[in-house]
Design a binder for this molecule. Structure first.
Ligand SMILES: Cc1cc2nc3c(=O)[nH]c(=O)nc-3n(C[C@H](O)[C@H](O)[C@H](O)COP(=O)(O)OP(=O)(O)OC[C@H]3O[C@@H](n4cnc5c(N)ncnc54)[C@H](O)[C@@H]3O)c2cc1C
Length: 386
């Protein structure tokens, strides 16, 4: 990094989604930080998210990451109106999936995570609203929950501001400024901003801002959510969960409604899509849910929406300097539908890339060079399938 201000380098962060806000929060204490967004805080994928938090499952191969993320949400609880709602999670398994699920549960349990596999009748006893006749059982996670993603992002923003970060929330970044192999700032529609380093956290648009010949392997994909009002509000113990074979996940709302997510598919032309839910996704939910959960035969449709996130080849984000990038350029993108629950790693990993300070988890999981040689038209893998 070419620090023109020896003591407090100026970092411009492009994007005020969860990635940009988390990076800003962690950098602001000892850097001058300016976050620039074209649309506002959490205006894209972040604000559209279901906010499910299940790092133990999605980082089951990296327990240090799971522990760090789990602890972060609990420690951050109470900051600027942010709260973490703790709730069990059930990942429902077919007979074909059962043996692998049992292995996963016992491995996680051996590592000290509150995870266990139970057969269908034990699950129905514990969570009586479910009808699991078609399933063998479920992995139960007792360290999961959800957050309101908008409040979470604004709480990160508030902490970043308290530490001195500035947010410019109506500026479209049109280009990176590069001089002699160093990033020296960004160009916006209303002028340029100088910087010693730039973090591009612009979601699926990230590659569009990188210099010619520099890119990370990400693909935009669309993902959808519906909220249904059951005949009676769901009980306060109703768990969150996932039905992997149906590519669906769910969680209760605070008012007893049910949020159901799924309908993911890669897209090549994000500009052609609205935030409206596909009719095919609505029909899929209408045919599946009443047989899976009691009380939805006459459910009401509350609302639904779709958003676009960036997928990477292995479902993990890329938080690093891309190959052949000018010095001082870092990207934080490719969160694959897990960017809220995975966000605690963003700030520490960006700090490591900029300052060399080691995070308390293996950040090579987020390195750009793990994809050297991987084609940019890689096959999309949904996180429902991992
Ligand atoms: C429907 C849905 C449900 C989801 N559910 C979950 C869930 O339950 N749990 C979970 O962990 N994750 C979930 N996710 C995924 C999560 O929301 C994303 O992984 C995460 O929000 C990505 O954050 P981000 O900051 O990378 O991107 P974004 O939130 O998209 O932020 C990128 C920002 O960059 C800005 N930007 C882009 N280009 C420019 C430019 N040229 N100039 C200035 N600003 C620019 C945009 O305006 C935007 O604000 C869900 C996502 C969706 C869509």
């Amino acid at each position: 990094m070419s620090a023109s201000h020896e003591e407090r380098p100026h970092i411009v962060i492009v994007g005020a989604g969860v990635a940009g806000c988390h990076a800003a929060r962690n950098l602001a204490a000892d850097h001058d930080v300016t976050v620039v967004d074209r649309n506002g805080i959490a205006a894209e994928a972040t604000g559209l998210s279901a906010g499910i938090i299940a790092p133990t499952l999605f980082y089951s191969d990296a327990p240090a990451v799971a522990r760090y993320a789990n602890a972060f949400f609990r420690e951050f609880d109470g900051s600027h109106g942010f709260s973490f709602t703790k709730r069990d999670r059930i990942d429902v398994m077919t007979e074909a999936e059962e043996a692998e699920a049992q292995d996963l549960a016992s491995r996680l349990s051996d590592q000290g995570f509150p995870v266990a596999y139970h057969g269908s009748s034990a699950i129905e006893e514990r969570y009586p609203q479910f009808d699991l006749e078609a399933f063998a059982g479920a992995v139960v996670y007792e360290d999961t929950g959800w957050v309101d993603p908008y409040t979470y992002a604004t709480a990160l923003q508030a902490e970043a501001r308290e530490r001195g970060a500035t947010f410019t929330l109506d500026a479209d970044v049109t280009d990176l400024l590069v001089d002699n192999g160093d990033v020296v700032g960004v160009e916006t529609e209303s002028g340029s901003i100088e910087a010693d380093a730039v973090v591009v956290a612009a979601g699926w648009r990230t590659n569009g801002l990188l210099p010619e010949g520099v890119a990370v392997p990400i693909r935009p994909y669309r993902t959808q959510v519906l909220v249904l009002e059951p005949e009676e509000p769901l009980s306060p113990k109703f768990p969150l969960g996932r039905v992997g074979c149906e590519h669906l996940y769910f969680r209760p709302e605070h008012n007893g409604d049910l949020l159901i997510g799924g309908g993911h598919y890669p897209i090549d032309d994000p500009g052609a899509f609205t935030t409206d839910v596909d009719e095919s996704f609505q029909l899929e939910i209408a045919s599946f849910v009443p047989g899976f959960v009691d009380g939805f035969d006459d459910a009401g449709f509350v609302n639904g929406w779709a958003g676009i996130d960036a997928a990477s080849p292995d479902t993990r984000p890329i938080i690093d300097a891309p190959r052949d990038a000018p010095a001082g350029l870092i990207v934080a993108t490719g969160f694959n539908g897990l960017g809220i629950m995975g966000s605690p790693v963003i700030g520490p990993t960006v700090r490591e890339r900029l300052t060399g300070e080691s995070p308390p988890f293996p950040s090579d999981l987020f390195a750009a060079d793990r994809f050297n040689g991987v084609s940019e038209s890689f096959e999309y893998v949904s996180t429902s399938d991992v």
